[in-house]
Design a protein. Structure first.
Length: 353
């Protein structure tokens, strides 16, 4: 199954003009994937029409909702943006509730919990995010509009002030991966775009990486291009032009991947400098949406050699995967005369092998 996911992923990230360059096996899947994409697109259209004409209703929560989502599958920087917004609310004296679906046992939710421990932020995990929100509101209550306004007014009076929430009441909701969660009304829609691979081959799932057509950009209130520092300025301008063809005056911001430190698996409180991989053989193991950005960041740190082993997003490591890793490590050790440093993303730290 993992090999099939990887094969489909390679097709989805191949530009249309380069499809003839794929292997015969990959090309043989294209007719089936194309038909599946048509069915998926039709189902998406019907669902959208049911919401548009009022057959399905959107639920409004009693506090502001900020949605962070994307048009393509992973690697768009959603989780770091969710954490950034949560810290901003905390600094404002507002206790945020993060609602996340919790893919693959909630690896991203566990990472957020670790980063936000000791703060008034709350994290609800599950597919039925309306029911989860209702549960948290029943347990903690929520701030009325006047109380929220007072918090933000005090913050804007002095931008250097860092306020502490003096209540457990929820003042805002952050909807993680919320662009396609149409059941919940949102007050602000933030769209994350991977600058290194914004639209893949431009096709809908499963032939391409698009969850919705590019016309869905019109629902965004803000667009954020992630990994911008790894993209040539000309390509960045092309992405911005593509976005503004759909929504002319949409505000667009740029973000970059900026690693802080390494930590050891056996001691997650440790903080090792980024220079620890300098002049060393490094083995990068990943199971994220877009591993190329991760590997390129490691290469910038001056290692002697970088080998990589990639799996599909949210992949749970199996016994055979561990065996494969050990074989690659032995090969690298024989080649370089020392055991390589194994580097995984923090998200994978929270998923047991």
């Amino acid at each position: 199954m993992e090999n099939l996911r990887r094969l489909v992923g390679e097709i989805a990230q191949t530009r249309r003009q380069d499809l003839p360059k794929l292997s015969p096996l990959q090309r043989s899947f294209i007719p089936l994937l194309s038909f599946s994409s048509i069915i998926y697109g039709f189902a998406l259209f019907v669902r959208h029409q049911l919401y548009y004409f009022g057959f399905f209703h959107r639920h409004r929560l009693p506090v502001p909702v900020i949605s962070v989502g994307n048009l393509t599958w992973g690697g768009n920087g959603k989780t770091p943006m969710v954490e950034f917004i949560a810290h901003w609310f905390i600094k404002s004296g507002v206790s945020p509730l993060i609602l996340t679906r919790g893919y693959a046992g909630g690896d991203e939710a566990k990472m957020l919990q670790r980063h936000l421990i000791g703060t008034p932020a709350k994290i609800g995990v599950g597919a039925n995010r309306i029911a989860i929100a209702a549960c948290f509101f029943g347990r903690y209550g929520y701030l009325d509009s006047r109380s929220r306004k007072e918090c933000f007014d005090r913050l804007h009076t002095d931008l250097n002030v860092e306020m502490r929430s003096n209540t457990d009441k929820i003042g805002a909701v952050i909807l993680d991966d919320g662009l396609q969660h149409w059941r919940l009304h949102r007050d602000l829609e933030i769209l994350m775009v991977n600058g290194m691979m914004p639209w893949g081959n431009g096709q809908l799932l499963p032939l391409g990486p698009l969850r919705e057509p590019l016309s869905a950009l019109s629902r965004a209130d803000v667009a954020v291009i992630h990994n911008a520092e790894m993209v040539p300025s000309r390509e960045l301008k092309d992405i911005e032009l593509m976005i503004r063809e759909v929504k002319k005056n949409l505000p667009i911001f740029l973000t970059k991947l900026a690693p802080s430190y390494f930590f050891e698996v056996k001691n997650y409180c440790s903080k090792l400098p980024l220079t620890v991989v300098s002049h060393m053989a490094v083995f990068c193991v990943s199971a994220i949406g877009f591993a190329s950005a991760f590997v390129q960041e490691i290469e910038k740190m001056g290692p002697l050699y970088v080998d990589r082993l990639g799996f599909s997003d949210h992949h749970w490591f199996q016994y055979k995967d561990i065996v494969m890793m050990k074989q690659r490590l032995r090969k690298l050790q024989d080649e370089f005369g020392a055991m390589p440093i194994v580097v995984v993303t923090e998200k994978r730290f929270h998923v047991p092998p």
